[in-house]
Design a protein around this ligand. Structure first.
Ligand SMILES: Nc1ncnc2c1ncn2[C@@H]1O[C@H](COP(=O)(O)OP(=O)(O)O)[C@@H](O)[C@H]1O
Ligand SMILES: [Mg+2]
Length: 439
């Protein structure tokens, strides 16, 4: 709106000057053409610079959020790494200043060019006034001169705003890039649609919860070694399976591929006989529940945090909270700064969330790692009693967590090394438990 207003005002102003001294019209015409050409290249360069600027700031912001939060700060203080991180920070600040400097420099350059051109027009106007002092009315000249004074300010404002708008569009472009960036590959719309219809009928997918890992190979990035080397096992519907293994053995990766956080390279995963690579992420992830090691609480009311889909009443939520723990909080209270809750409390809240969702596949990734042994046992009992026929996959960092499970899968270096009942595996598990990094 303001751009149009100022644009029109400028247009009127140029007409006044041109009417007063038609020769200046030619000069203005030349300058406008020059600006149009400059603006074309200038905007492109600016957009690229802005992209570089944003890109170079991201590592800085990431480092800032990682180190300033309570966990990060404590960790680096405990390891006495302040100096190391200060150095990293200085390097990143310097790296981010380079494109920033160029962004500022090209802004100054544009302002300089505009000022110079306007001074040129004004000087020409004055020369014409002096040369043609007898031919045109003095009043008209005075009016044109006064108007010309404000030309610089308006032209400056007009161009900088115009370019700023184009540059800001870069931010929108980046968001669009992120949205389009992760294509949902290999979706079979027909299959997805069929499942959706089935889900509408039965109210739930998966209806049984049987899971098959068929020689699954997965890696985090193409240049890295696979994190899973041909993982193969079956989990029957309703079975409770514990997954153990050392840190880095691929336990979390197993769940990451099941929820398609990373895509598999070879093999397939079937849930209730359906290859999960063919269905939409929304369908897949809404069909199963994951209780992560470090659950996320959003800065919204406790009610909305626990009942993301907004389908449950306060009474149901209180029941779920009572089942998961006796959590002393009010449902309408807005969760401010999730650090108010300990990790153990967040894990209990995540369990309450899972209890409300009631899916047929429930996965826990070391979900009781920050909870004391007694609460862990109580949580396991809740899981056993509240998830009737659901398939439960529990990644455990304590052997005691999964000792009541029907089956235990032991992973090592992305492979299944043992797969059997706890008693069969007791010896092996004791061996793993002895090691300090057993997880
Ligand atoms: N985000 C990641 N990027 C690259 N490699 C990863 C990533 N997460 C895990 N890995 C690697 O994958 C392997 C398995 O890790 P993970 O599944 O997290 O193990 P676990 O949960 O059993 O401790 C490890 O070698 C680990 O270094
Ligand atoms: Mg893990």
């Amino acid at each position: 709106m303001a751009v149009t207003q100022i644009g029109l005002a400028m247009f009127g102003l140029l007409i006044i000057i041109t009417v007063t001294t038609p020769w200046i019209g030619l000069l203005i015409f030349g300058i406008v053409i020059t600006f149009a050409v400059v603006q074309y290249f200038y905007t492109r360069t600016s957009a690229q610079l802005r992209r570089l600027d944003l890109g170079s700031r991201t590592p800085l912001y990431t480092l800032l959020t990682d180190t300033v939060n309570a966990d990060g700060l404590c960790t680096l203080q405990a390891f006495k790494s302040q100096q190391h991180f200060t150095d990293i920070n200085s390097k990143r600040v310097q790296a981010s200043q380079k494109p920033f400097f160029l962004v500022k420099a090209r802004q100054r350059w544009l302002v300089g060019q505009i000022k110079m051109s306007v001074s040129f027009i004004n000087a020409a106007l004055i020369c014409f006034v002096v040369a043609l002092q007898h031919s045109t009315s003095a009043g008209l000249f005075a009016f044109a001169l006064i108007q010309a004074m404000s030309l610089m300010e308006r032209l400056n404002w007009f161009f900088t705003t115009w370019v700023d708008v184009e540059i800001c569009i870069v931010a929108a472009g980046r968001i669009k890039e992120f949205v389009d960036w992760v294509p949902e590959e290999a979706i079979q719309p027909q299959k997805d649609h069929e499942l959706r219809l089935a889900k509408e009928k039965t109210g739930m997918w998966p209806t049984q919860g049987g899971i098959v890992f068929d020689t699954v190979v997965a890696r985090y990035r193409p240049e890295l070694d696979p994190a899973l080397h041909g993982l193969a096992f079956h989990i029957r519907a309703g079975e409770r399976v514990g997954v153990v293994g050392r840190t880095g053995s691929g336990k979390s990766t197993l769940l990451a591929v099941l929820f398609r956080k990373i895509n598999i390279k070879k093999g397939q995963i079937l849930v209730d006989g359906t290859n999960i690579s063919g269905i939409s992420l929304d369908m897949l992830r809404s069909g199963m529940t994951l209780i992560p090691q470090d659950p996320v609480l959003l800065e919204i009311s406790m009610h909305a945090n626990l009942d993301i889909e907004g389908k449950h009443t306060d009474e149901e939520i209180w029941r779920a909270l009572e089942l998961s723990s006796r959590f002393p909080s009010k449902l309408d209270e807005v969760v401010t700064g999730s650090s108010r809750f300990s990790r153990g409390q967040k894990q209990l809240l995540a369990l309450a969330r899972a209890l409300l969702r009631q899916r047929n596949v429930v996965c826990l990734d070391e979900a009781t790692s920050s909870i004391d042994v007694e609460t862990d046992q109580a949580m396991q009992q809740t899981l056993h009693s509240s998830f009737g026929a659901a398939t439960i996959i529990t990644i455990a960092h304590r052997i005691s967590t999964v000792q009541d499970y029907v089956r235990i899968i032991v992973l090592d270096n992305g492979r299944v090394v043992e797969n059997g009942s706890p008693t069969e595996l007791w010896k092996y598990l004791e061996g793993v438990d002895d090691k300090p990094d057993a997880a």
